[in-house]
Design a protein around this ligand. Sequence first.
Ligand code: TXA
Ligand code: MG
Length: 320
Amino acid sequence: MPACITTDVEAAAAVIRRGGLAAFATETVYGLGASALDAAAAARIFAAKQRPAFDPLIVHVADRDQVTDLVTSIPPVAEILMRTFWPGPLTLVLPRRGVVPDLVTSGLGSVGVRMPDHAQARELIRRAGLPVAAPSANLFGQVSPTTAQHVADQLGERIDIILDGGPCRVGLESTVLDLSGPTPVVLRPGGTTQEALEEVIGPVATRTHLASGVAAPAPGMLDRHYSPATPLRLWRPGEGVPEGRVGLLTFRAAGLRAGFATAIDLSATGDLAEAAARLFGALRELDRAGLDLILATPVPEAGLGRAINDRLRRAAARST
Ligand code: TXA
Ligand code: MG
């Protein structure tokens, strides 16, 4: 039986308490949640998503005490970041305690934790009485869901319940910041910009592309990710347009439509936050349009633009 879409937080919390799978809204994307302290429940997440076990899960908390239970130490820089950016789209990778099952962290010595900026999500975690492990609620490698219906379309048959918290405000996943080593490293650009982080803690390194031959420390770095089924290529105005039914995904360039079967402008006014919020929905829409190819124009590489371009590059990597 397909999972019901509900706004009943207690029903979803009960599913998580008994080891089941509950999808829920956060400010970034919908998560596929299960108890972060129960290896069997975590195993169900991997099975439902068809996700390889070397890709660790983010653990969601509703308060600071839950963080203390999950990690062995909280460095001063993490204290500052939690105070400044939580609740919000920032995942902190910290040294983990043994209570977190190996499957949740893929056997790493660290765990990614974040407090979502969505009241219903925190209420769910509080009522469950447990930290909640949750990857994005999509099949592995595919576009992340930003509405309850997106979740139902992809995973409805494989999970127990979908908690509807409305469309996601940010629309892009959290920034993943590794604090387990001597210097902070961005492993995945996301909803908290590098500029905002640097204003608070000074320079941060980025490591979002793997040198070849290096074992993947954060499989969000896998190049093929966030992919629609239709081939997608990065494209700049003025470059040639191949034959066939070609769709355009663009930014601040509504005048470019000519010659395309369909076009979506992520933000006519050049607002990166609006573009981020619309990105995954637009990819889904273009994917349904029966196109041979999607051409996507990169956005300015600053602020949220880094995360948007990162997702576009990964969507394109699949097609090459
Ligand atoms: O916004 C988000 O982060 C959403 C919502 C649901 O919270 N979650 C999400 O989860 O995007 P997921 O599993 O799709 O992506 C989690 C990323 C992966 O790239 C994973 O490799 C990385 O976080 N990650 C998690 N724990 C880690 C750890 N201990 N060390 C390094 N990377 C980690
Ligand atoms: Mg994901």
